[in-house]
Design a protein around this ligand. Structure first.
Ligand code: GAP
Length: 439
């Protein structure tokens, strides 16, 4: 059997739309640039990804979770450096008014949209934060920002969590949440969008131990991507070396080989005490940690950050799962080979025909299975077509109820990847699936 993996992002875009994973935002109005809506299968997949991250990161002794608000005091962004420094250089084409990132194009070449020559404005710094206003009066005093990263909600809650949960260094705080950036050149589907979700953790450590923490978290984070099914040969490290942000003393990215090429999926950065010291300075509050194990010494911890884009990981999962078996042949089939814990639908329940006794038996099985698993009840079309549809959305198992079921109380279970079929007693079905899934 010959297999083809994804070559072009459009294959994923079109399957996402036709099968209900991801739709263009506000599509009936012509769409809104770089904003996407997750459909019924997309939201299941996304929730499963978030669940796998949350369990991996917070079901451990040394990490607590939080859920901070999106809107924060405007001083937070002054302290973090985002008001003054979170910008990209931008140029406009004077002919067609298209906007480009000055560092991403050749300013001496013609405009790539309208082909006009020498049409670019001088580069200007463009802040990526979205502004809105709070309260009834819209003036400069009411300006607040949609957070461009979730991390600052963790820094501002550092002492709240440390004290209430009686944490000792080293410990981490994790959260999942929306972030917003007015990107100048978003694109490539959900790879770079203006509204996205981050899964971030700040690990607070005694100064001097940050490189040990870096090694530990590099290993844990890389393994998480493998455990979710990404191929090892499509993952690699990028070491920032000496090209570091002013607050960092080491930085590594986990890159994935997307159809558009290798690009960043997760950052693991050693941020020193930059953020906590800036917040201490701007808020006037003492954010020192009191180290009872070291003679009540008071100091600001250093921070090791892990930050992965949920949407970007989801895109990698979709690209990696996409498989065309026997391309161009009569037996061609498209299969999304999701790991079972991520698959949006775990089991499809299918009566062979629409006849009542088969449907009654099938609905009983469905009612039992969906107490535990997200299932789909599928009666439309031939059984072959139904199998193909479930393959395309990555459902690991299809359970078929036929006339024999009414006699022998058994069903046919079909495996997505091997396409093998087994006859299983209805009373054994839950145990069979538990053994297969491991959950
Ligand atoms: N707190 C650190 C931070 O925000 P970042 O490298 O700017 O670091 C971290 O972002 C991760 O968030 C990236 O590796 C990427 O997965 C995701 N991300 C950033 N900007 C994004 C965008 N415009 N669209 C989708 N994901 C984005």
């Amino acid at each position: 059997m010959s297999n083809k993996s994804v070559e072009d992002m459009n294959e994923i875009v079109s399957l996402s739309k036709s099968r209900g994973f991801i739709f263009q935002s506000s599509e009936i109005y012509g769409g809104l640039g770089s904003c996407w809506d997750y459909g019924p299968l997309g939201v299941e997949l996304k929730n499963n990804i978030k669940d796998s991250w949350w369990k991996a990161m917070t079901y451990r002794e040394d990490v607590e979770g939080i859920d901070a608000s999106i809107l924060m005091h405007p001083q937070v962004w002054k302290a973090s450096g985002h008001v003054d420094g979170f910008s990209d250089p931008m140029v406009d084409c004077k002919e067609c008014n298209s906007r480009f990132r000055a560092d991403k194009i050749d300013l001496n070449a013609p405009c790539e949209k309208c082909k006009a020559k020498d049409s670019f404005t001088e580069p200007r710094e463009f802040n990526l934060m979205f502004e809105t206003s709070m309260g009834p009066v819209k003036d400069s005093a009411s300006v607040v920002y949609l957070r461009p990263e979730t991390a600052q909600g963790i820094f501002t809650n550092f002492l709240n969590v440390q004290k209430t949960m009686r944490k000792k260094l080293p410990f981490g705080i994790a959260q999942i949440g929306k972030a917003f950036r007015n990107e100048i050149t978003p694109g490539n589907f959900i790879f770079r969008t203006r509204e996205f979700e981050q899964m971030e953790m700040q690990y607070f450590v005694t100064p001097g131990t940050q490189m040990d923490a870096m090694e530990k978290w590099k290993e844990i984070r890389f393994q998480w991507h493998l455990d979710n099914g990404l191929d090892a040969d499509k993952l690699r490290w990028h070491d920032h070396g000496t090209e570091l942000a002013h607050y960092a003393d080491a930085a590594f990215d986990i890159e994935y080989k997307f159809p558009i090429g290798w690009d960043e999926m997760e950052g693991i950065h050693s941020r020193t005490d930059f953020d906590l010291s800036r917040h201490a300075e701007h808020s006037g509050k003492n954010l020192n940690y009191v180290d009872v194990q070291d003679g009540n010494k008071k100091y600001l911890p250093y921070v090791l950050e892990t930050s992965v884009g949920c949407d970007r990981h989801l895109l990698a999962i979709m690209c990696n799962a996409y498989t065309v078996e026997n391309p161009g042949e009569k037996e061609e089939r498209v299969v999304m080979k999701f790991k079972p814990h991520l698959a949006p639908i775990k089991v499809a329940v299918m009566p062979l025909m629409k006849k009542e006794p088969l449907q009654d038996a099938a609905r009983l099985i469905l009612a039992n299975l969906q107490k535990k698993y997200k299932c789909e009840y599928d009666i439309a079309g031939s059984i072959g077509k139904r199998y193909r549809r479930q393959d395309e959305i990555g459902t690991p198992y299809c359970v078929t109820i036929d006339y024999d079921t009414l006699e022998d109380n058994a069903v046919t279970v079909r495996d997505r990847d091997s396409m093998t079929q087994e006859r299983i007693a209805i009373t054994e079905l839950q145990t069979y699936l538990l053994n297969k899934f491991g959950f």
